[in-house]
Design a protein around this ligand. Structure first.
Ligand code: NCD
Length: 329
């Protein structure tokens, strides 16, 4: 079988699910990025609709609020021809006391092909995947992983700078609560970038250096010589108690503005997964500076990456099913 773009297909990623970046090889990551590149061209063309997922069902199961990730997955699945169902469970079944496993059983009975799950608890998506007969994509679990965000960030960087290897990349802000940071650390270090984390001590997880990163508590020192600056939101919904004195003081020390950015390389690019808190972690004018900010491009790359992931997992699932059928005959 060949992919939509005529590349020889799917050898590069043989897993049934996409639960995290941790454990993926550089080859697997590059395979997904190459496939995504083809979808950027598809999404920019007039005819965006493909039929690779015709007759397939994708369920977006979101236990946490989301704007861009859910709509991005929905658009990606629809552009590939799938039927899509969106379920926001935060206040429906959970409130009624249904367990995660009951939810999985209910959905399994509807025979989906791909389930995209976002959940406030780290590890919940992995647990669900063990109970499902379909492919599962982690759309963000607690402060653990958000693999498609890291892939779309990598695609954005690679298309701008040609490579990830050898780049100096700073991830700044609320590292402690960020699944985006964790997935990015795994991906960027696997592809040979040097990663720095910049955060106040209260938002820097202890022993995070074990992940192969350098840590800084001073923005200017951390940003010195960086090619890429990734900003993160203060995830107050995951905080119990207060981690920073005030958002005003936080902006003063850790908010990215033109002045602090001068420490980075002259053409350093600015990224943010969204949603942004303007004036808290990033200066509003800088976020909109078309010469430095690639934040909108990240959103565009998100759809392409999700199309590539859906295509690959759908292929792997149906290959596995047909092999099982053959073995049973
Ligand atoms: C991130 C998330 O949900 O982890 N957002 C996103 O997926 N675009 C980051 C955040 O919420 O701050």
């Amino acid at each position: 079988m060949t992919s939509a773009h005529g590349t020889s297909a799917y050898e590069g990623y043989r897993h049934r699910h996409l639960l995290g970046i941790e454990g993926l090889t550089a080859t697997e990551i590059l395979f997904l990025l190459d496939l995504s590149d083809g979808y950027v061209a598809v999404n920019r063309s007039e005819d965006k609709k493909k039929d690779l997922l015709d007759g397939r069902t994708v369920i977006n199961l979101f236990f946490e609020s989301s704007t861009r990730t859910r709509t991005s997955f929905e658009l990606a699945a629809k552009r590939l021809g799938a039927d899509v169902i969106n379920m926001s469970v935060a206040w429906s079944s959970i409130k009624k006391g249904e367990t995660l496993i009951d939810t999985a059983m209910t959905l399994n009975a509807m025979h989906p092909d791909v389930l995209v799950v976002r959940h406030p608890d780290s590890g919940a998506v992995q647990l669900l995947s063990e109970k499902m007969n379909c492919a599962v994509i982690n759309g963000g679990d607690g402060s653990h992983e958000h693999p498609t965000q890291a892939l779309l960030d990598a695609l954005t960087i690679r298309r701008r700078l040609g490579t990830i290897e050898g780049l100096q990349i700073a991830i700044c802000g609320d590292i402690a609560h960020s699944r985006v940071a964790r997935s990015n650390i795994h991906l960027l270090t696997t592809l040979g970038a040097r990663v720095r984390l910049i955060a106040p001590p209260t938002l820097m997880p202890s022993s995070i250096e074990r992940m192969g990163v350098e840590t800084f508590t001073d923005m200017r020192k951390g940003l010195a010589g960086c090619d890429i600056v990734m900003m993160l939101r203060l995830q107050t919904e995951r905080m119990q108690g207060s981690y920073v004195p005030s958002t005003r003081e936080y902006f003063h020390f850790f908010g990215l503005d033109h002045e602090k950015l001068q420490a980075a390389k002259p053409n350093a690019l600015i990224m943010h997964p969204g949603p942004m808190n303007r004036g808290v972690e990033i200066d509003s004018a800088l976020a909109d500076d078309i010469h430095r900010s690639v934040i909108r491009e990240q959103v565009e790359m998100g759809v392409a990456v999700r199309m590539a992931c859906l295509e690959t997992l759908n292929h792997n699932l149906h290959l596995a099913r047909s092999q099982q059928e053959q073995a049973a005959q």
